[in-house]
Design a protein. Structure first.
Length: 388
């Protein structure tokens, strides 16, 4: 039984259970049934106004002042001090989105800022070590190291990389309409293949240990990854692979990379407004976020300089929403594929979306997120300084 049928069956069996209602709402959102998701999530909130239910609804709905769930949500917000810290964080990000929908910018920013500060206090993030690692990757993966990759040069696989909230899900969604392409989502296959193929063969930690690997080990790594990804053109959207482009190239020189790029201010703001289920620990402080973006951007500039020109294609989010057909044609040509009209018919396509953009990619293309940071500019001084 698929996820949606199972979730519906659970609600029939336990119609008054707020948890099963919320899970159905979540599955409906992932699969693009946003109107029905909103109805179900309102029911869940009516039964038990929990922070998690409200967060799910904030993903699915653009709120209006007459939304019947608002009084219940605002009543819970007034009692937020009595919630668990994790619930206050989840509720804070949801309230930021709700207030932003309603044009209450001061309240929205306050909610987002408080939620981010709470989240930052709970996670371990060594900024100095993280930035040093990104810098060291560029030092290790020189043009000489990458000049004669020993891996199998067969075409593919494909990796979409970039910062979170950079348009990667939109690019993947468009590409996956092509009959020759399979979308793997955020599949951590390269990390798993490294463990299986290399074991203890890397005598030094990444990135330094890569230079010590023998050609057979690198070829084996490529073979294992291809086995996990399967036949055909498989697109992997694990964004953190941006750190491993040189490593991937050594193991699979036929691999192709699509780098989704977005205006740094818009990109970082969108990260700051997002409660990530896991990863991206640099996102919860504007200064740290800006400094990480600069380090990431420098590494991507390095990859452009040292990888073969045909390996890496950059796709700007702003261009993708302004001229989608032209940009999709560029991506398909980069992968050696002909144009297919189905790539532009992505809003109603079947299949779940489980990234932070799960609701946005179900909508027709819109340009309101371009230059969005200007609405919030008076609060973004630390981000501007970090990016300068």
């Amino acid at each position: 039984m698929d996820d949606l049928r199972q979730a519906r069956a659970d609600v029939i069996a336990r119609p008054g259970d707020d948890s099963v209602l919320a899970e159905l709402g979540n599955v409906l959102t992932e699969q693009g049934h946003l109107d029905e998701a909103a109805i179900v999530l309102r029911r869940a909130i009516g039964v038990a106004p929990r922070a998690g239910h409200i967060a799910k609804m904030a993903k699915a709905v653009r709120f209006r002042e007459d939304d019947p769930a608002l009084p219940v949500i605002e009543a819970l917000a007034r009692r937020a001090a009595g919630l668990l810290e994790s619930e206050r964080i989840e509720l804070g990000f949801a309230l930021g989105k709700i207030h932003a929908d309603l044009g209450r910018d001061e309240r929205a920013w306050r909610a987002y800022a408080q939620a981010n500060a709470l989240m930052r206090s709970r996670i371990v993030y060594d900024e100095q070590a993280a930035l040093a690692l990104v810098s060291r990757i560029a030092e290790v993966f020189t043009a000489d190291l990458l000049a004669a990759p020993p891996g199998d040069p067969a075409p593919g696989p494909v990796f979409i990389v970039g910062m979170p909230r950079s348009g990667s899900t939109l690019a993947e969604r468009m590409l996956s309409g092509h009959p020759a392409i399979r979308a793997l989502g955020e599949a951590n296959y390269f990390a798993a293949a490294r463990v299986e193929a290399l074991g203890g063969r890397m005598t030094l930690p990444f990135p330094d240990g890569v230079a010590t690997l023998d050609p057979q080990s690198l070829r084996r790594l490529g073979e294992i990854y291809r086995g996990r990804a399967g036949e055909g053109i498989a697109v992997n959207k694990m964004l953190g692979n941006f750190a491993y482009l040189g490593f991937i190239h050594l193991a699979m020189p036929g691999a192709r990379f699509i780098h989704t790029v977005r205006d740094p201010m818009d990109n970082c703001l969108s990260c700051f407004f997002e409660y990530f289920a896991a990863g991206h620990p640099y996102c919860y402080d504007l200064g740290e976020l800006g400094r990480f973006h600069k380090a990431y951007d420098a590494l991507m500039a390095h990859w452009r300089a040292v990888l073969p020109q045909q390996t890496l294609l950059e796709v700007r989010y702003e261009d993708l929403v302004e001229a989608p057909e032209a940009e999709v044609r560029r991506m398909l040509a980069h992968l050696g594929l002909e144009w297919d009209e189905a790539c532009l018919d992505f809003t109603g396509r079947e299949g779940p979306v489980r990234t932070a953009s799960l609701a946005q990619v179900r909508q027709p293309l819109y340009r309101t997120s371009v230059g969005r940071w200007r609405r919030w500019e008076k609060w973004l001084g630390p981000l501007k300084d970090a990016l300068a």
